[in-house]
Design a protein around this ligand. Structure first.
Ligand code: ADP
Length: 468
């Protein structure tokens, strides 16, 4: 069995503890194959380009890290990845910057990194590329002569064709993607969007077994919903650190019901709508005033981008309105904490909360939804209120699904969650936990790697080789 090579913009930090989640999953994937390479950006920006990669060895894994120049960081990372692809793929074309120069830098970094990665590859390796920073990396590996298996997984949504085509470079990206042997998405909806786009704009032919023939290439396209390590998170939720966090907050809210939201501060997360919905809940339900608190944890991210500053101001204004209208001597309806917390503490707070509010306007998957479920007490579980536009909604039908643009419906869902009888809560939670436990992080990485190995097998006439 050949080595696994993982390429992602940011890698785990060599020699530093991996804090859980994806970093652990990819580390396990690399270790499980008895060794491999984790390739990516070092996180450092330099004034001038450096040649080559820096290598660090840790156990069976080699980290191969390349630096970016300041200009590359601006154009590739802050520019095309964060200010163009991210908003467009989250349906915020209005916030996107369309800058050909930024795309050229993005393409150039993919080319340079593809060349660097290719030099590290050995004949039997398989390569797994992650996310929207590296959509052209597979093509650049091919240009550098690599003929072995390369798969790509997109962690964010793939938008509807009408939205994707807003990108002036959509055809370049599509051609680049076609050089992968396997393209993985979070949900069936993303797969469908991508296939429709390839059919409509590039005459792709859909073949049995989820294969697509396009640009003279054949690739497999499938959904691999990412998960969490559910058992581990459930354990965290009853650990002493979790209990301590819950006790601290519990003292503050006394015996009021807690509604919790935990997100990076990002315009895709639907935070203004969420605060509005909570305000509406109090406007319309006098009996709930003084009896329920919303704790929203949202540390700022990518602050250099103007849209996030505007978002922060809007959130302050909205929370101010509700708190101004309803706060009392001993009760503040919305507590809004603009910082991150350790996973153990979050797990404890999730367990304490009667309602988990996960209402992004668009989200590739949304792991907070899964963490909230994993952290619950089976005997007395809370209720998940989940946006139908989170990838997680596709398989988490036991949640109360809401349209995050419909403020009234969200307020009503929170009310229903707060009043839901124990039996119904338990029934919904059991279905949700079974799903979260089954489609966990280990299942995700193993199924992707198995599919990548199968997709790249020399198959003769493609259609004939794949069972319908
Ligand atoms: P995204 O990848 O868009 O940030 P996800 O919900 O898929 O959204 O993943 C977010 C991860 O980051 C989860 O594991 C969550 O627990 C963690 N996280 C989000 N917000 C915070 C926060 N305020 N403090 C600590 N961890 C956070």
């Amino acid at each position: 069995m050949g080595r696994l090579i993982v390429a992602s913009n940011r890698t785990a930090r060599p020699q530093e503890p991996r804090a859980g989640g994806l970093a652990v999953a990819l580390w396990d994937a690399l270790s499980e194959r008895g060794g491999g390479v984790w390739f990516g950006w070092s996180g450092d920006t330099l004034a001038r380009e450096t040649r080559g990669v820096r290598l660090f060895v840790e156990g069976a894994v080699d980290f191969a890290l390349a630096d970016l120049t300041e200009a590359e960081y601006q154009g590739y990372y802050l520019g095309y990845a964060n200010r163009t692809i991210w908003p467009v793929f989250h349906y915020r074309v209005d916030l996107a910057h369309f800058d050909q120069e930024a795309f050229d830098t993005y393409a150039a970094v993919n080319r340079r990194f593809g060349g660097l990665l290719c030099q590290l590859l050995r004949q039997d390796d398989i390569v797994w590329v992650h996310d929207y920073h590296f959509m052209l990396l597979g093509q650049e590996l091919r240009n550098s002569g690599w003929q072995g298996p390369v798969g790509f997984f997109l962690h964010i949504p793939f938008p509807a064709p009408e939205v994707f085509t807003a990108l002036p470079q959509h055809a370049r990206l599509a051609r680049g993607l076609a050089d992968y042997d396997l393209i993985g998405f979070q949900t069936a909806r993303d797969v469908d969007n991508f296939c429709r786009y390839m059919e409509q704009h590039h005459g792709a032919e859909l073949l049995p077994g989820g294969r697509l023939r396009c640009f003279g290439r054949s690739m497999r396209v499938a959904a691999f919903p990412i998960g969490i390590d559910a058992q581990d998170f459930a354990r965290l939720a009853v650990a002493p650190e979790a209990a301590a966090a819950a006790t601290r907050l519990g003292r503050l809210i006394e015996n009021r019901a807690l509604v919790i939201g935990v997100d990076r501060m990002d315009y895709s997360k639907g935070l203004p709508q969420r605060l509005q919905a909570f305000g509406r809940l109090l406007d319309e339900n006098e009996t709930l005033r003084g009896r329920v608190s919303l704790l929203q944890i949202a540390p700022p991210s990518r602050e250099t981008v103007g849209a996030y500053r505007d978002l922060r101001e809007e959130l302050d204004r909205l929370a101010g309105r509700v708190n101004g209208d309803y706060s009392d001597l001993d009760w503040t309806p919305i507590r809004y904490l603009a910082r991150g917390y350790p996973r153990e503490m979050l797990a404890g707070l999730f367990r304490l909360a009667r309602v988990g509010l996960v209402t992004p306007l668009h989200d590739g998957m949304n792991l907070v939804a899964k963490e909230y479920v994993a952290a619950q007490d089976a005997e007395d579980p809370g209720v998940l209120v989940l946006s139908e536009f989170a990838g997680a909604a596709e398989r988490m039908q036991g949640a109360l699904l809401v349209n995050p643009h419909d403020i009234g419906a969200m307020a009503e869902a929170i009310r229903r969650a707060l009043e839901m009888p124990l039996e119904e809560r338990q029934e919904r939670w059991r279905a949700l936990f079974a799903e979260v436990a089954e489609h966990d992080l280990t299942a995700w990485r193993r199924s992707f790697i198995a599919a990548l190995e199968a997709a790249a097998e020399p198959a003769g006439p493609v259609a004939a080789a794949i069972p319908a």
